[in-house]
Design a protein around this ligand. Structure first.
Ligand code: AMP
Ligand code: MG
Length: 365
């Protein structure tokens, strides 16, 4: 089965052709992403109206590119491209599309495009929950975790979604049977990194920039409070950390100089990561122990962070646990359409195209 998957929940326009082979292995034949993030870098954050307009601009070219690349024919001339893309469309078995959560204007572009394709081509269509799909990025291809070589993800597992807009912890018994355990009460982990980055004068998105600066030093004498680290629930809260960092910088500037030095910046970035990652790791491992699962799946843009992955691994070793941690290949950690296709292939539930709606506040049922 071969699926054309479409993702437009935020500022990335993604299309991918994804296939499940005879052995049940999920293969990505193409995965094309256009992003309007450079536009948002100028304003230090996403302006939903601009993101939606960019989605409209990119949608068809990205789909055409994904179809052509799925056949390794990226070098065709533009006239032939459309003809060939239409030809490939006929060999696609179904369409999958993100229907939420996300920005309404952005979601509408992908959803309406997918519905039109489903109607015009008479192909089944599968609506996909963007956040669940982040975890399904782990099911793509030959899975390798960062320490042990594992061939298969076993149920049950705990899923930690850490993206720009969401932080959620879930317990999965099977593909269709899962339970939400907790999430952020305010800012998401990625959002906190982006907002703190802005305070530090780093470019948007700041998660990777903070990682780069933190990697330059071995450890930090600085310590920010890890929010809700000792609470009994599975909730998170990161907005207070942003205020703590802002206050710290103001005090330092008053005391020392108006400019934060490079070492100071590295120290702050290191301590910020530590405060966010400590609580993510502690609560995820506690959930895994409570639900007696030995598998943890990470997903979302922040899961691209190598320190987070390594700290998870270290924590498992320190606690003498035999847990397996999976995190997606870097290119499948941030928003992409391949993960949407992977989810649809493993949860193949087509619905009538007329029933699909963009749902910006889509929750976990
Ligand atoms: P997503 O919403 O899943 O597309 O992820 C975007 C978020 O991931 C943004 O908040 C980024 O700052 C964050 N992010 C991306 N790469 C990294 C990284 N290497 N370390 C930490 N955060 C990251
Ligand atoms: Mg996302």
């Amino acid at each position: 089965m071969k699926i054309l998957a479409i993702e437009t929940s935020c500022d990335e326009t993604g299309a991918a052709v994804v296939e499940k082979d005879e052995k049940g292995l999920i293969k990505v034949l193409s995965n094309v992403i256009a992003t309007s993030s450079s536009l948002h870098a100028k304003t230090g954050g996403i302006i939903p109206e601009s993101a939606a307009r960019e989605q409209i601009k990119f949608m068809i070219p990205v789909i055409v590119a994904a179809l052509i690349e799925s056949k390794n024919k990226a070098k065709l001339s533009s006239g032939n491209k459309f003809k060939y893309a239409k030809h490939i469309l006929t060999s696609i078995d179904a369409i999958a599309v993100t229907h939420g959560p996300g920005l309404i204007g952005s979601l509408l572009v992908g959803v309406e495009t997918a519905k039109t394709l489903s109607f015009a081509l008479n192909k089944p269509i599968i609506p996909v929950h963007h956040l669940l799909a982040h975890l399904y990025a782990n099911f793509i291809g030959e899975i390798s975790n960062f320490k042990f070589q594992i061939s298969n993800i076993q149920f049950p597992f705990i899923g930690l979604i850490v993206s720009g807009g969401h932080t959620d912890l879930l317990y999965f018994k099977s593909h269709s049977n899962f339970k939400w355990l907790g999430g952020t009460r305010d800012d998401a982990a990625g959002e906190a990194l982006d907002k703190i980055g802005r305070i530090l004068g780093l470019p948007y998105p700041s998660g990777p920039e903070i990682e780069k600066r933190a990697n330059k030093i071995q450890g930090s004498t600085l310590k920010f409070q890890s929010p809700l680290i000792n609470s009994e629930d599975f909730d998170f809260s990161f907005s207070g950390l942003k205020t703590e960092v802002a206050r710290f910088i103001q005090e330092e500037r008053d005391r020392l100089s108006p400019e934060i030095g490079v070492t100071d910046l590295g120290n702050i970035c290191y301590a910020v990561q530590e405060a966010i990652f400590d609580v993510l790791i502690k609560k995820t491992i506690r959930a895994a122990k409570l639900y007696k699962t030995w598998t943890i799946l990470l997903g979302g843009g922040v899961s691209a962070n190598q320190t987070l992955r390594k700290s998870f691994e270290q924590s498992i070793i320190n606690n003498k646990l035999s847990m397996q941690i999976f995190s997606p290949e870097k290119k499948f950690a941030t928003d992409n359409a391949a993960m949407i296709g992977a989810y649809a292939l493993l949860n193949y539930k087509p619905v009538n195209w007329e029933k699909i709606k963009a749902q910006p506040d889509l929750y976990f049922d």
